[in-house]
Design a protein around this ligand. Structure first.
Ligand SMILES: NC(=O)c1ccc[n+]([C@@H]2O[C@H](COP(=O)([O-])OP(=O)(O)OC[C@H]3O[C@@H](n4cnc5c(N)ncnc54)[C@H](O)[C@@H]3O)[C@@H](O)[C@H]2O)c1
Length: 335
């Protein structure tokens, strides 16, 4: 199968590239390397079935070049991470709304199918016990940059759905809930790599707010095969699927577990949101997925424990790298 991936040099995208090459796909990546890195693709650069194009999803000609001849496209390119969104609101909105429209249009013309990466952020402040795909979205003020990521991804979903309804574009949507693993950086606000790095450096672990906000973390090694399977199901077109971890944990307990598991002597410090972000920052207290729709479709049943996730992230941050814990061994064929 010929597959194109936007954002393939990023955290999730680079694991997807390895997974698909190992399964025998020919893979082309389009990435502007804004948050992604070529280093993430070190195991696949030079592979005869891998092709990398540096460019933006805002550039229609570049997108056309990459999707031409593809059977399927994964659209992962986006401005991701609270820090990035708050610091660069305009560029983020353009990438996350206009960029997706460019991709949808190019894929429609090419005749490929599309998988769109959306996010649990779109549920906003809905603290329900079990967020299903039909759950309400409760967003804060449109004047707070913090909510523009959720707003933009919501628009992306609406665009994708309209392309499906009006033009029959075969597009499926996945809503990812706090995906974690090797290669994710803490630079743009991702909590697990940031806390792990602090613990390994013996620095205080900075937990924002009162630390009682909860999340359900999932492992990239469980998410990538599920995304792939969903992209292969015709009945997924026109639908959205939650993909998240099943274990709910507060950020304070997460920090304590990281310290304990890594044998760190670091203290844990609570930092008020106003100090961590700009004045008026809002967070969601809780976010718990109902994964049953993805379980019914592709048997999604994430198995990696939080302890294992923390260990694998820590291994990625140590100066001497352990063998890749995901184990998708890409066999390098001679060109
Ligand atoms: N990591 C998570 O927990 C999570 C949760 C929900 C949704 N998602 C979604 O999954 C996708 C991948 O996220 P990630 O965590 O791997 O983040 P990431 O920042 O590592 O990956 C995004 C990639 O897109 C690229 N990119 C950004 N703007 C671009 C542009 N204009 N043109 C081309 N490439 C561009 C970046 O360079 C990067 O390689 C995103 O769509 C994100 O919204 C991720």
């Amino acid at each position: 199968m010929k597959t194109a991936i936007t954002g393939g040099a990023g955290f999730i995208g680079s694991h997807l590239v390895e997974h698909l090459l190992a399964a025998g796909d020919k893979v082309t990546v389009l990435d502007d390397l804004s948050t992604g890195r070529l280093e993430n693709l070190r195991t696949v650069i030079g592979h005869r079935d891998f092709h990398f194009v540096e460019g933006s999803i805002l550039d229609r000609a570049a997108v056309d070049r990459v999707v031409a001849g593809a059977d399927r496209v994964f659209h992962l390119a986006a401005a991701v991470g609270v820090n990035l969104i708050v610091e660069h609101p305009l560029e983020s909105l353009r990438t996350n709304i206009h960029g997706t429209e460019v991709v949808l249009d190019a894929v429609l013309e090419s005749g490929a199918s599309l998988l769109l990466a959306s996010t649990s952020e779109i549920y906003g402040k809905n603290t329900s016990d079990s967020l299903s795909e039909e759950s309400d979205r409760i967003l804060g003020s449109a004047l707070k940059s913090r909510w523009t990521y959720a707003a933009a991804k919501g628009i992306d979903e609406a665009f994708a759905h309209a392309y499906w309804r009006q033009f029959g574009l075969p597009v499926a949507i996945v809503r990812l809930f706090n995906t974690v693993g090797p290669r994710q950086t803490g630079r743009y606000g991702m909590v697990v790599p940031r806390l792990v790095k602090q613990a390994l450096a013996g620095e205080p672990l900075t937990v924002y707010g009162d630390g009682h906000q909860t999340r359900c973390f999932s492992y990239v090694g469980d998410i990538v095969p599920a995304i792939t399977r969903i992209s292969e199901e015709e009945s997924a077109y026109g639908n959205a699927y939650n993909l998240g971890g099943s274990y709910e944990i507060s950020i304070l307990t997460l920090a304590q577990r990281i310290v304990e598991l890594l044998g760190s002597e670091s203290p844990i410090t609570l930092v008020p949101y106003e100090q961590a972000y700009a004045e008026g920052y809002e967070d969601m207290r809780r976010r718990v997925p109902n994964n049953s729709k993805a379980k019914d479709l592709v048997g999604f049943d994430p198995k990696t424990t939080l302890d294992q996730i923390i260990q694998n992230v820590a291994a990625d941050h140590r100066p001497v790298k352990a063998p890749d814990p995901l184990g998708w061994k890409v066999t390098m064929a001679a060109n």
